[in-house]
Design a protein around this ligand. Structure first.
Ligand SMILES: Cc1cc2nc3c(=O)[nH]c(=O)nc-3n(C[C@H](O)[C@H](O)[C@H](O)COP(=O)(O)OP(=O)(O)OC[C@H]3O[C@@H](n4cnc5c(N)ncnc54)[C@H](O)[C@@H]3O)c2cc1C
Length: 437
């Protein structure tokens, strides 16, 4: 049967780790017919930032399936076993997996799961009152009862900055492979991507060695990720359930106070930068790297081939810095994909552009309940600090699939009654994630 003839229960748009988790878990449910569409011809997880020494900020056991279905064949451990890597991986005693290896695992799953279709760019989605129709440039339409939006986040470009070959987002760094030899390079953004690019630049010698490297951060310091058992309690179903009971103001306060539990530097990266900096400056006498915390970039000026960054410091004074190459490690923000434009006036959005989510990750829209649209990576406000992370991806997929099929396929996802922390005084959330009747 072609896609044109079949009405799928679920069509997924985008195949990053989040929809891939949904595809992996749906793969074991015989009653669910699903198809997932990814525009890339070959799977790659954030390839523009996949440095060989970059590691996951999470455990590889928080993979596509293990937290809710450890017996699934699409686990990271099964990937290691099938590839004959298990014993060598264990012997290496890594603290976690490298992003390269995790990307290879994700690619293995994307190539193996029957419902995953690569090289399929969804250009338009329409709804005829009963089913969704997905249109592609170069393949027959697909139709489905439900949708899963897993198109990821969009690069954030600061106001006052225009991009070109000499000023580009960090997500393109390894693709651009800039000629840095003898150039002044500025990295804007004090998060993990900025740190990894700084480290990469500091490691360049010979023909690629930059003349100067400047790292600019709006943050008042170079904050590392807050970690530990108690901090990790934020990344549990119990906390997520408690967060869902908070009012909007309490949710905003919680998000602000938890920022560095999810958005700080990996300690190993921060320590390596510091040690390199120490050796460079104090032992080798090189003064070619400068770190500028507490600076907000205001605008960029062009002076012929050179560029000047205008930034404001914490006292409100403006400073100017010249650069030949600017890398914008300024993060990613929520965005609905353009293929949903035709449905936009039926969808609800958060003020930041994210799809507004209700229970079970359903987008709030004015269509029939029997035609849910699930939003993945749109729940920072509505589901909390955990939402853009891998940690609860499998759990979210289980919630969505229970809701889609209307029965409990995945048991025990409502949280544990043995929670180590009493987040709310009246903690009775068991009914929250029961499937739709
Ligand atoms: C460099 C980096 C490292 C990270 N490391 C970690 C980590 O260690 N631990 C952690 O918990 N989190 C990490 N994150 C955060 C998060 O886990 C990732 O961003 C993750 O990739 C988000 O998955 P996603 O499925 O939402 O989106 P994405 O991975 O962005 O995938 C979306 C996919 O949708 C496709 N697409 C878009 N539009 C269409 C369309 N119209 N038709 C078809 N396909 C489309 C895109 O091509 C893309 O492949 C990291 C983020 C970054 C940027």
């Amino acid at each position: 049967m072609t896609h044109e003839q079949q009405v799928f229960d679920l069509a997924g748009i985008g195949l990053g780790p989040f929809n891939l988790s949904l595809a992996a878990l749906a793969d074991g449910i015989e009653t669910v017919s699903a198809a997932f569409f990814e525009r890339q011809q070959t799977f790659a997880w954030h390839p523009g930032l996949c440095f060989s020494d970059a590691i996951l900020q999470t455990s590889p056991l928080k993979d596509l399936v293990t937290p809710v279905r450890p017996t699934s064949r699409w686990s990271f451990l099964n990937y290691l076993v099938e590839k004959g890597l298990f014993f060598d991986f264990m012997a290496a005693r890594f603290e976690t997996a490298s992003r390269q290896e995790f990307s290879a695992y994700l690619a293995w799953a994307a190539e193996g799961i029957g419902s995953a279709h690569l090289g399929a760019d969804v250009e338009e989605v329409t709804f005829d009152g009963d089913r969704f129709r997905l249109r592609f440039g170069d393949r027959p339409d697909a139709t489905s009862r439900a949708l899963a939006i897993g198109t990821g986040r969009a690069p954030v470009i600061p106001d006052g900055i225009s991009t070109d070959n000499a000023c580009f987002h960090a997500g393109n760094y390894l693709k651009m492979r800039p000629e840095t030899g003898g150039k002044r390079v500025a990295v804007i953004g004090g998060g993990q991507s900025g740190a990894e690019i700084l480290l990469h630049l500091m490691q360049q010698e010979g023909a690629q060695r930059p003349a100067a490297i400047n790292w600019i951060s709006r943050r008042d310091g170079f904050w590392t990720l807050q970690e530990g058992g108690l901090v990790d309690q934020f990344f549990t179903p119990n906390y997520l359930n408690a967060y869902r009971t908070l009012g909007p103001e309490a949710q905003s306060r919680a998000l602000a106070s938890q920022k560095f539990a999810s958005d700080g530097l990996t300690s190993a990266t921060a320590d390596e930068i510091y040690r390199l900096l120490y050796r460079r400056q104090h032992l080798e006498g090189r003064r070619d790297v400068d770190l500028h915390p507490g600076r907000t970039v205001v605008k960029k000026l062009r002076n012929g081939a050179s560029q000047s960054i205008v930034m404001r410091n914490i006292e409100g004074d403006e400073e100017m810095l010249d650069a030949d190459i600017i890398v914008l490690a300024t993060g990613y923000g929520p965005a609905a994909p353009a293929c949903l434009n035709g449905l936009a006036d039926r969808l609800n959005f958060e003020p930041d552009g994210a799809l507004a989510l209700g229970e079970n990750y359903r987008v709030r829209w004015n269509g029939p309940d029997n035609n849910p649209i699930y939003g993945l990576n749109h729940g920072s406000r509505s589901y909390g600090v955990i939402d853009p992370q891998l940690s609860m991806a499998a759990w979210r997929s289980a919630v969505i699939l229970n809701d889609l099929v209307g029965r409990t396929v995945f048991e025990g996802i409502e949280g544990s009654d043995r929670s180590l922390i009493k987040w709310t005084p009246d903690f009775k959330q068991a009914a929250r994630y029961s499937p739709a009747a």
